[in-house]
Design a protein around this ligand. Sequence first.
Ligand code: SAH
Length: 347
Amino acid sequence: MEKCIELIDKLRKNTELSYDEYLYLIKNRDICKDYLYKNASEVRDNIYGKKVYIRGLIEFTNYCKNNCLYCGIRRDNKNIERYRLTKEEILECANAGYNLGFRTFVLQGGEDLYYTDEMLCEIIKEIKNNHPDVAVTLSIGERSFESYKKLKEAGADRYLLRHETADKSHYEKLHPKEMDFDNRIKCLEELKRLGYQIGAGFMVGSPYQTEENLASELIFLKKLNPHMCGIGPFISHKDTPFKNEESGTAELTLFMLGLIRLTLPNVLLPATTALGTIDPLGREKGIKAGANVLMPNLSPGSVRKKYMLYDNKICTGDEAAECLECLKNRIKTTGCEIEITRGDYKN
Ligand code: SAH
């Protein structure tokens, strides 16, 4: 316990921890966790207040050219009905979301070549035109520098691209041969260079992941210094090669959330839907462990069940308004509250 306190206090003073020190904390998480969560939520409160930012997630296509071994919308999954939202449908989601109080929209999808740069630019421009006070976040995978540049010029503010794991050999166990770890990292660097607020992230408890990998994640994140970091438990999906793999746990995800908050005090840190799926109170616990963002779904009811990245995803039967009401009530139990704002990164 003494060593836990020493290391967590060190992080609070903004002193970097070594790989071995992170590993010590992860291995001893049972005894360190309460002290970690207390410190992590204090750090969040000092920077962002007891506020939780909401992002409206618009899952606009489940077509994907990639074949990530863990993902339910992978190319080879023939068991799902594919869909694409039209520009009008996307704009309608954004309008409805705006009226509910959302000031950030996240356009997420599989890597779907149907949407050209031109189409995406038009969608971004129209959203920004209709609602000049919102931020647009993209989460559409790996693209060229030129494409990222065009999308930025069209008005995109942020980009979420989870690196999935900081270890190249682990990356290769989660992805088919044609996918390349170095390219994914290069994309993150290019996005940063173009002036996007960037979001990295990884799954907790993905197949073959070790505690050592998790220690490396923190060293990697400290160096990359992203504005956002999305983490959630890996959850197996029945129509993927990882269908029989064990899912990650809320317990370890929460501990990683706390460590990320202390490692990157200003980071925007979501309590993810995957965390709420693996544990009914996962998102509330995530907030208590230092998270400060929630990303409820704004996609139309008719397509929600089709964007199944993993089994048993929650909130796929609800309307956006219901989701928000439910989240507001849930968040109250944590002592925090939802704020209507773009929720930009604080320097
Ligand atoms: N095509 C985009 C969006 C991917 S989906 C991109 O490449 O960035 C968003 C995230 O969902 C992924 O980055 C991955 O970390 C997560 N995800 C996918 N399958 C998952 C699973 N089975 N369990 C938990 N998270 C998963």
